[in-house]
Design a protein around this ligand. Structure first.
Ligand code: NAP
Length: 283
């Protein structure tokens, strides 16, 4: 049976580091502060907002909110971003996306100061992921995957890694982060030919396909570490990942469950970015 890589264990260790940084900042009179900007009343945004607010409270990070109606104009939203850019008390900003269709998402995303871009929505932050330069912050989800690998001492150097999914939010940045860790990386997507044999060859597999149970035991082999990023709802209405956990667990060496894996680490990574943004400002 595979070892379960549990998000709560990673989060507990991460939270301790964050609390120590918050205490050090407080000694300098700095209260790290996140500002959440939400447009409209999307249920999943509200749910993520609730989790982030609670995590901020637990870790001693202030959390402000700017709540705007779904029909907010482009100018009003840009004015809100300009306000937080200029507000010295705000260190990090989270804007939920996708935005309503009448808004130009790219213009709005890039209006944010990359120094406050704790969720990698600006081109500046994304360039930092690909160039390795310290611009902005990497996206929280792939970084949560790296935190899990680090926490459990899974060394990537010289290992073969496969990432299933090539989105800009998860797949591509995850591949860049694995390369930074000296893995040899292959990215799979819907046009990949004979994906089972490609995935079976990997030592480390990160799955971000957004399809419930798309990776089963026919894609997997002994000794692998599997990180499942997927969040799906199955036919019985239960949360499940992109990996068929029941079939994968007897085969591989280590695996993250869903729920209880990557998702639970992501929120602490976000709060950690806010604290890091405050540290960079006062370094
Ligand atoms: P996305 O934008 O829909 O991208 C999915 C990627 O997977 C695409 O590149 C697609 O290939 C590829 N793909 C889909 N089906 C495939 C298949 N059968 N075989 C091979 N490749 C396949 O999704 P995303 O935003 O990256 O999110 C991926 C998953 O992660 C979703 O379940 C999402 O809910 C979850 N997620 C979790 C967190 C967290 O905190 N845990 C955060 C964000 C997202 P093509 O490019 O060829 O279409």
């Amino acid at each position: 049976m595979a070892k379960r890589l549990l998000g709560k264990e990673v989060t507990a260790a991460l939270n301790e580091r964050i609390k120590a940084d918050v205490a050090a900042l407080e000694e300098k009179g700095v209260k790290p502060t996140l500002c959440i900007i939400r447009v409209g009343e999307n249920e999943s945004d509200i749910s993520y907002e609730r989790g982030a607010t609670k995590r901020c409270e637990t870790l001693g990070v202030a959390c402000e909110k700017i709540l705007l109606p779904a029909d907010v104009s482009q100018d009003e939203l840009l004015a809100a971003i300009d306000k937080v850019n200029k507000d010295d008390k705000v260190h990090g900003v989270l804007l939920f996306r996708p935005l309503p269709k009448h808004l130009d998402q790219s213009v709005i995303e890039n209006a944010l100061d990359p120094a406050k871009d704790v969720d990698c929505m600006t081109d500046g932050s994304m360039s930092g992921v690909f160039t390795g330069k310290n611009v902005g912050f990497p996206p929280c989800t792939p970084q949560a995957c790296m935190e899990i690998l680090d926490h459990y001492g899974i060394d990537c150097t010289g290992k073969k890694a496969v990432v299933v999914g090539r989105s800009l939010v998860v797949g591509k940045p995850a591949a860049m982060m694995l390369i930074k860790k000296n893995a040899t990386v292959t990215i799979c997507h819907t046009r990949t030919v004979d994906m089972p044999s490609v995935v079976r060859e990997a030592d480390i597999v990160i799955v971000a396909a957004g399809r419930a149970g798309v990776i089963d035991d026919t894609y997997l082999s002994a000794g692998q570490t599997v990180i499942d990023v997927g969040i799906n709802v199955n036919a019985e209405g239960k949360l499940c990942g992109d990996v068929d956990f029941e079939k994968a667990e007897p085969v591989v060496d280590a695996i993250t469950p869903v729920p209880g894996g990557v998702g639970s680490v992501t929120t602490s990574v976000l709060v950690g970015h806010v604290v890091e943004a405050a540290k960079r400002k006062f370094a």
